[in-house]
Design a protein. Structure first.
Length: 263
């Protein structure tokens, strides 16, 4: 079990300018525990809207290099030394058709935003989170994956691969951080109402099938309050329970063996 979000005092949310990240940021800020919420994104008008709703805001492009990411983390930790929770929802989605021309730069950016920037951000936050957790304040790292991490959608092949990588990272990180008072919660949405599919022009077709954002947000906040290690809904929940949950004990066992060898 992870620490409940109700223990969080200061929550940084990436992808807070629209869709799932925005809805979670606002719902977390409205919890009875009233944590401070810092919304992160690129679009200034959307950030201004969050500020009007009472959130703190930080403009940042997560498609940054290592030095840019390090400077961002140092800046926000300096400004908000009470940060104990990361909700990492920034993400992009692009179609890839291998029988047509492939835009390798777009694929690299998608992998960077959806996977490597999250790994880098977590790595640079880690000394701060370890110190915070050691002082007795529970911490949470909550990356947003996808049901497509478990069953890839072939037309968004690289997106699915980036989410599979992020899911794998969550499972390993959770084992590495056992006994540290830092919980790793994988938030795994099914198809949900958002702007994610606007870039591909598939929003209208998908809107006939997606889970309404309000319903999704309610379910996810309940999971975060309970302290579930994986907060999955709909198809993502079914696929996680069928294909991935059975592996989690084996991953923990591998972690225990590695810990024994390294003693
Ligand atoms: N909606 C779904 O069906 C679904 C299903 C499974 C998983 N997910 C995942 O849920 C997460 C949220 O997606 P969503 O559906 O809510 O999509 P969305 O409405 O398009 O929101 C994406 C968010 O990511 C931010 N973002 C994208 N690139 C960024 C960059 N380079 N730097 C900083 N922020 C960036 C955007 O902010 P700015 O443009 O302001 O920077 C925006 O706030 C994503 O990780 C997505 O993969 C979504």
């Amino acid at each position: 079990m992870a620490p409940s979000i109700t223990n969080s005092k200061c929550v940084l949310v990436t992808g807070a300018t629209s869709g799932i990240g925005r809805a979670l940021a606002l719902a977390i800020a409205a919890l009875p525990s009233h944590p401070k919420v810092i919304g992160v994104g690129r679009r200034k008008d959307r950030l201004a809207g969050l500020k009007e709703s009472g959130l703190d805001i930080e403009e940042f492009d997560v498609n940054a290099d290592k030095d840019g990411m390090k400077a961002f983390v140092e800046r926000v930790v300096g400004k908000y030394p009470e940060i104990d929770t990361l909700v990492l929802a920034a993400g992009v989605q692009r179609e890839v058709h291998f029988k047509k021309e492939i835009d390798i730069d777009a694929i690299a950016t998608e992998m960077h935003v959806n996977y490597f920037s999250i790994l880098t951000m977590i790595s640079f936050f880690m000394p701060h989170l370890l110190k915070t957790a050691a002082s007795g304040q529970p911490c949470l790292i909550a990356p947003v994956t996808s049901g497509l991490a478990y069953i890839p959608a072939p037309w968004i092949a690289n997106y699915s691969a980036s989410k599979a990588a992020l899911h794998s990272l969550c499972s390993s990180l959770r084992v590495q951080l056992e006994d540290s008072n830092i919980g790793v919660v994988e938030i795994s949405p099914p198809l949900v109402e958002s702007e994610l599919h606007d870039a591909e022009g598939t929003t209208e077709a998908l809107s006939k099938f997606w889970m309404p954002l309000d319903e999704y947000t309610k379910q996810t906040i309940e999971g975060l309050q309970k302290g579930d290690d994986v907060v999955a809904s709909g198809m993502a929940k079914n696929a996680y329970e069928k294909f991935e949950q059975p592996k989690e004990e084996m991953i923990r066992e591998m972690g225990r063996r590695a810990a024994t060898h390294s003693k």
